[in-house]
Write a protein that binds this ligand. Sequence first.
Ligand code: NAD
Ligand code: APR
Length: 241
Amino acid sequence: MSTPDVPVRFADFQRIVFFTGAGLSAESGIPTYRGKGGIWTEYNYEDYACQRAFERNPNKVWDFHDKRRGFVAEREPNQGHSIIAELQRSHPDTAVITQNIDGLHGLAVGDTEPKHPIVELHGSLWRVRCDAEGTVRPDRSVPMSPRTCSCGAYFRPDIVWFEDMLDSRNIARAHELLQRCDLLVSVGTSGVVYPAADMPRIAMSRGAVTVEINLEDTPVSSSYQHRLRGKASDILAAMSI
Ligand code: NAD
Ligand code: APR
């Protein structure tokens, strides 16, 4: 496989922000949401990924999320995650804002605590919360057990579902990182879900160089200065040379 010719290289920048979506994890074997074989092409999110569905039938929602936990638990970070993690280690001002809930960025960076903690805009498959108690805790049990809190209420996945509000602290952290970066690299997102899809505009308005890595054009492609088409791992590798 010849290395794609890319106009932008990481070595020329100090404060890189990676804005990632499901396409980055596709090469780890994790289906995306909207592409061919995407999760929302197989499941109706209104039955599995919104608060109303959870209140209607928490066990049905947990069965769906346990299936995803079991699948994701057997997947590893791919070369794309590793390249980003290496930059987080070697260039501490590198930051990651992800829409992914699979935890692969965290696995890739391992025990090194990055200077900028990974911003998980849409939460994590590997955290659960009790809204009755207002508690959140890490949990990697597959299947998730117990499903109910000691207070008697069902735990729910600590994931931002459809019609949920995003955590305003995460939005604020993301905005701060985007306002100070000199290079923004969007990787594998369809750019159709807000407010996440709007975030790259912040970097553009502050004069950062902006790159969109995707297999195909998206509704937000025209906002990016460089639109690099191809597999995330191939293009990230080429930008690392
Ligand atoms: P929506 O159309 O149901 O309504 C919420 C709208 O308000 C969206 O545009 C949402 O992004 C926006 N919003 C949410 N919090 C906000 C905030 N703090 N400030 C400003 N705007 C805010 O939105 P949606 O597209 O159905 O989904 C809502 C969120 O849930 C999105 O971020 C989506 O990516 C996420 N989501 C996650 C999963 C998952 O499995 N992780 C599944 C579906 C949706
Ligand atoms: N390399 C680069 N891009 C890829 C690859 C790859 N190997 N494989 C797929 N893609 C691209 C697709 O072309 C598509 O544009 O990744 C994108 C995946 O888009 P989605 O499936 O919509 O995933 P994402 O953008 O992360 O969804 C945003 O919607 O349902 C919610 O909360 C959920 O976080 C998710 C949000």
